[in-house]
Design a protein around this ligand. Structure first.
Ligand code: PFF
Ligand code: NA
Length: 444
C-alpha cells in the first residue's frame, strides 16, 4: 500500500498549525505568563520562538520529509542504526505520556462546553456560579474519566478517517473557525472593565523584570515555546513525513510559528481582560486549570450574555485541543502502521485502548496529573528535541542541508549553513542549559 500524503501544501500547514495551536496557547500560556510577570516573559518567549522554535521546527520537517517515516523508522533509516531507532522510540513513548494528560484536560473542556451550551439553551450558567467547587468536583474522578474517554474517542475517530479525509479536512475547518471566534471574543473582551489594566500587564514592555530576572525566565519560556510549537515528541516529524512535493520547509516552518503566535497573542487578549475584570491576578490561582476554568467560568456567570460567550469560548478551546490531540495520537498510529503494517483502524484502536488506561490514571490521580503536566512533559520535550536536533546536525549533516535547500529557493540556500550550525550546536546547548537551570538548580 502506498503511504498517505497531504492533498495540498496549505493542508499540511494548517494541520501543523492545528497541532501547534492548542491548550498550550489558551490554557497554559496565560497561566505561565501570569506566573512570570506578564510582558517581560512574553518578550523572552517570543525571542525563543523565533531563534529556537523556527529553526527547530524546520529541523523536524527535514527529518520527516527526508525519511517519509514515523519517528522510529525515520531515525533508524536515516542513520542506519538501531540505537537511533530507540531514540525514536523514546519520542513515541513521550507522545503517549503527553496525550495521557492532554486528553484529560480535553475532557474538562468538553464538559465545560456542554455546560455552557446547556446554559445557552436554558438561559443561565448556573453551573459556573460556584466555579471553584464545580472545578474541584469535576476535574479528578470518575466524571473526568468519562469525559477523557469521550475526548479520546473523538480524537481517534478523526485519525481513523486518515490523513487527507480526517486530519486535513478537520483542521481546514477548525483553524478559520478558531481564528474568527477569537477575534470576536477579543473585540468583546476589549469592552470589559479590566481591559486596559490587562493590556498594560500583557503588552506593556517591562524592562525592569527583564533585567532582574532574565535567566529565571529562560526555562519556563523555553518550555512554553517547545510545548506550543509541538516540538520534542515527533509530531512535526510525523506530519512532514506525509509531504510529497518539495516545497520550502523554512517557509512552512516560519508560517506555522507566525500563525501559532498570532493565535496565542489573540488568546491572551481574550483571557487577560476577563481575569482583570474580575480582579483575578493571572497566575495567582496557582494552576493553569485554576486560571482558565475557575477564573473564566466565574467571569461567564457574572457577565451579561455570559452563556453565549462561554459557549463560543469553550468551542474555541475544544477545537484547538482536538486539532492538537490528533497530532499527538497520530505519532504512535503512524509507528504501528509503518513498522508493523497494521491497518490504520486497528492501530488507532490499539493506541486508543492504551491511552484510555493511562489517561484514566491522570484523570483519577491529581498528583500524577500535576507531575506529568507540570514537570515530566517539560523534561521529555526538551530532551527529545535536543536529541532530534543533534541527529539533524551530526547524523544527517549534509543530507539535512540538501533537504533544507530542496524547494526553498535562494534565501533558503543562503541561510542553510547557519541553520545547520544553529540546530546542530547552538540550540541543543541552549536546551541542555535550560534543562539544567530549570530542573537541576532550583529542583522544580
Ligand atoms: N502544541 C500543543 C499545544 O500548544 O496545546 C501541544 C502539543 C501538541 C505538544 C503536540 C506537543 C505535540 F507533539
Ligand atoms: Na490544536
Amino acid at each position: 500500500m502506498t503511504r498517505e500524503t497531504w492533498a495540498t501544501r496549505l493542508g499540511f500547514i494548517l494541520a501543523a498549525v492545528g497541532s501547534a495551536v492548542g491548550l498550550g496557547n489558551i490554557w497554559r500560556f496565560p497561566w505561565i505568563t501570569g506566573q512570570n510577570g506578564g510582558s517581560a516573559f512574553l518578550a523572552v518567549y517570543l525571542g525563543i520562538v523565533l531563534l529556537v522554535g523556527v529553526p527547530a521546527l524546520v529541523g523536524m520537517f527535514v527529518i520527516g520529509r527526508r525519511s517519509k517515516r514515523n519517528p522510529v523508522g525515520a531515525l533508524r533509516e536515516l542513520s542506519g542504526s538501531n540505537s537511533w531507532g530507540l531514540v525514536g522510540g523514546f519520542l513515541v513513548a513521550s507522545s503517549l505520556v503527553l496525550i495521557s494528560f492532554y486528553s484529560v484536560v480535553g475532557g474538562w473542556i468538553l464538559r465545560y462546553l456542554g455546560e455552557s451550551a446547556l446554559g445557552l439553551a436554558t438561559g443561565s450558567v448556573g453551573y459556573f456560579s460556584n466555579p471553584g467547587a464545580a472545578f474541584a468536583s469535576a476535574s479528578f474522578g470518575l466524571e473526568a474519566v468519562v469525559f477523557h474517554l469521550l475526548f479520546l474517542g473523538l480524537t481517534a475517530l478523526i485519525i481513523v478517517a486518515g490523513i487527507r479525509g480526517g486530519i486535513e479536512v478537520a483542521t481546514k475547518w477548525m483553524m478559520p473557525a478558531i481564528f474568527l471566534l477569537l477575534v470576536g471574543l477579543g473585540a468583546w473582551a476589549s469592552t470589559q472593565a479590566g481591559a486596559s489594566e490587562a493590556y498594560a500587564f500583557y503588552l506593556g514592555f517591562d524592562s525592569q523584570t527583564l533585567q532582574n530576572n532574565f535567566f529565571g525566565l529562560l526555562g519556563p519560556a523555553a518550555g512554553q515555546a517547545l510545548f506550543t510549537l509541538s516540538l520534542g515528541v515527533g509530531t512535526m516529524i510525523t506530519y512532514a513525513s506525509y509531504l510529497d512535493e518539495d516545497r520550502s520547509l523554512p517557509f512552512d516552518g516560519a508560517s506555522v510559528a507566525v500563525l501559532n503566535t498570532v493565535v496565542g497573542v489573540l488568546a491572551g487578549l481574550v483571557v487577560f481582560p476577563l481575569l482583570f475584570t474580575l480582579g483575578i491576578e493571572p497566575g495567582e490561582t496557582g494552576t493553569g486549570a485554576g486560571a482558565l476554568f475557575v477564573g473564566l467560568a466565574g467571569a461567564f456567570s457574572q457577565l451579561p450574555g455570559g452563556a453565549l460567550i462561554a459557549t463560543a469560548f469553550f468551542a474555541v478551546v475544544a477545537l484547538a485541543a482536538l486539532s492538537s490531540s490528533i497530532s499527538i495520537l497520530e505519532i504512535s498510529v503512524s509507528f504501528l502502521v509503518d513498522e508493523y503494517g497494521l491497518e490504520r483502524r486497528r492501530a488507532a484502536a490499539s493506541v486508543g485502548a492504551l491511552v484510555a488506561v493511562t489517561g484514566s490514571v491522570c484523570a483519577l490521580e491529581s498528583g500524577v496529573f500535576g507531575f506529568v503536566a507540570g514537570t515530566l512533559v517539560d523534561i521529555l520535550l526538551t530532551a527529545g528535541l535536543a536529541a532530534c536536533l543533534v541527529f539533524v546536525g551530526w547524523v544527517m549533516g549534509r543530507d539535512a542541508l540538501v533537504e533544507f535547500r530542496s524547494g526553498s529557493g535562494p534565501v533558503g540556500r543562503a541561510v542553510s549553513t547557519p541553520w545547520l550550525f544553529g540546530v546542530g550546536v547552538l540550540i541543543p546547548t541552549f536546551l541542555v542549559f535550560t534543562l539544567l537551570t530549570t530542573f537541576g538548580v532550583d529542583g522544580r
